[in-house]
Design a binder for this molecule. Structure first.
Ligand SMILES: [Zn+2]
Length: 151
């Protein structure tokens, strides 16, 4: 099932060439699967940012990634594909439903950070998602684990 999603997307121009028209907000309408909408909302909530900010950031990062690449077409295609894979992975990641906390632990096997994909080596400090639902354990690195507001 697809849902209509309306996000306020800030279509700002490059700082070096501010175009007054580009600084105005534009509304972007798109149809997305319900599962993607849920994943976006969960990710935004976890990052404690509005959904529109998350969508805007993903779009900007994706286009910036492609713009930043100079060189041969193969490299452009490779980097763009990698970026698209990362975006798709982030957007379609199974919703970490049911995770109510992150337990610090020392790994006794190699794992991978769910959010950044970094390899977490055996013996490394990591955080396991604590959930009341069955499923594959989820791990985060220290850089990706949500921080306490008290530090
Ligand atoms: Zn990480």
């Amino acid at each position: 099932m697809y849902h209509n999603v309306v996000c306020r997307v800030y279509m700002s121009g490059r700082p070096a060439r501010p175009d007054p028209d580009e600084r105005k907000d534009r509304i972007l309408h798109t149809r997305i699967p319900e599962s993607l909408e849920d994943a976006i909302k969960v990710k935004a909530q976890r990052l404690r940012i509005p959904v529109s900010n998350l969508v805007r950031n993903v779009l900007e990062q994706t286009f910036q990634l492609v713009e930043d690449v100079v060189g041969d077409g193969l490299e452009i295609a490779h980097v763009a594909r990698r970026g698209a894979e990362r975006v798709r992975e982030a957007a379609t990641r199974p919703v970490a439903a049911g995770i109510y906390g992150w337990q610090e632990l020392i790994l006794d096997r190699d794992e991978r950070c769910r959010d950044c994909g970094r390899e977490l080596d055996r013996g490394e400090k990591s955080y396991r998602g604590v959930t009341d639902r069955p499923g594959t354990p989820v791990f985060l690195c220290g850089g990706c684990v949500p921080k306490s507001p008290r530090g």
